[in-house]
Ligand binder design. Structure first.
Ligand code: RUB
Length: 312
């Protein structure tokens, strides 16, 4: 059986960045999985499980560097296996644990925003990169609290997610300046940026953060100028495979995003993300508090035991 058009459209929207940012991707992906489960016309539980496995695969591979979505699917399937005696029961389990996971994402986002806003002082000049709903949420919250802030944000070539960020800030009435990506160091130096905050797609067992390409450059520039660099992240983005020695995959995207009609024979590289090692990060702002990324494994193990995998 082919997965239906409504579900396939969500997978396409994730792949083509019409749904972007790790938290939005996880929320929309989990909702699509749950709604598909309601619609599937199957006659046995085995059929249902095999359709759900196809759906899980399609979502899990839509973007390579999105553990928050994969962890959510694992959470639902872990609670489903061996626990459903009928199709109806299976549907209810998927619905319950999908809602539960989406709720975890939303509640953790609220905490990240609230803790992050405490870190922003009145009068701050803030710099960010790409579009992260967690880091923009922090800046918007600081503004709503009446803090007088200014923001610099990058364009984020080649897909210009920085424009989404810039628009959100301008619409909220925040003084905002957009710069080309290659001006990121120049801005920090020239405009006395006080704090850099970005989002993250993933965090590994060693506390390495993965975020939009350019994030490590920004962290290096911040370090050069002694400007604190923070990552706003919920811990549902932990990549559990890294704790058993595997490496997080970095998504490579199509060359056509860079140049639609390039000269023949030209090679391209279009990595979507890059790693920032924990020594360049002053703190992660998470739902469990603000702390060094180096201790993330211990905190995730305690807070989200369902994420731990144990392969022999
Ligand atoms: C978006 C990006 C964001 C993280 C975090 O990349 O790198 O910083 O996904 O987002 P893309 P959030 O546009 O390629 O998805 O804070 O909303 O989870």
């Amino acid at each position: 059986m082919k997965l239906d058009a409504v579900f396939s459209k969500v997978v396409e929207d994730i792949r083509d960045l019409r749904i972007q940012g790790a938290t939005n991707i996880a929320i929309e992906g989990i909702k699509a999985f749950s709604e598909l489960t309601e619609r599937l016309e199957v006659s046995t539980l085995d059929n249902l499980f095999s359709e759900l496995e196809k759906a899980r695969q399609a979502l899990a591979t839509a973007r390579a560097t999105e553990p928050a979505l994969r962890n959510g699917l694992r959470y639902i399937i872990y609670n489903l296996r061996d626990k459903a005696a009928s199709i109806q029961e299976a549907r209810e389990i998927v619905n319950t644990f999908s809602l539960d996971y989406v709720n975890l994402l939303k509640e953790s986002k609220k905490k990240v925003i609230s803790y992050g806003a405490h870190r922003i002082k009145d009068g701050s000049i803030i710099m960010t990169h790409c579009h992260s709903s967690l880091s923009t949420g922090i800046v918007l919250e600081a503004h709503h609290q009446g803090k007088d802030i200014q923001v610099f944000c990058t364009e984020t070539r080649p897909r210009y997610q920085g424009r989404i960020t810039a628009k959100e800030f301008v619409d909220a009435g925040i003084t905002t300046t957009q710069v080309v990506d290659s001006a990121m160091r120049w801005v920090i130096n020239r405009y006395n940026v006080d704090i850099v905050i970005t989002g993250a797609d993933a965090i590994t067992s060693q506390g390495t953060v993965i975020n939009k390409i350019g994030t490590r450059l920004l962290a290096l520039a911040a370090r050069e100028m002694d400007v604190p660099f923070y990552t706003a992240i919920n811990l549902l983005k932990y990549d559990p495979e890294t704790s058993i020695g595997k490496l997080s995959e970095i998504e490579m995207r199509s060359a056509s995003e860079i140049w639609e009609n390039p000269p023949k024979g030209l090679n391209f590289l279009n990595p979507a993300f890059e790693t920032v090692s924990h020594d360049l990060i002053d703190g992660i702002i998470s739902e469990a508090g603000v702390f060094s990324p180096a201790v993330v494994y211990l905190i995730v193990k305690e807070k989200y035991p369902f994420m731990m995998i144990n392969e022999e």
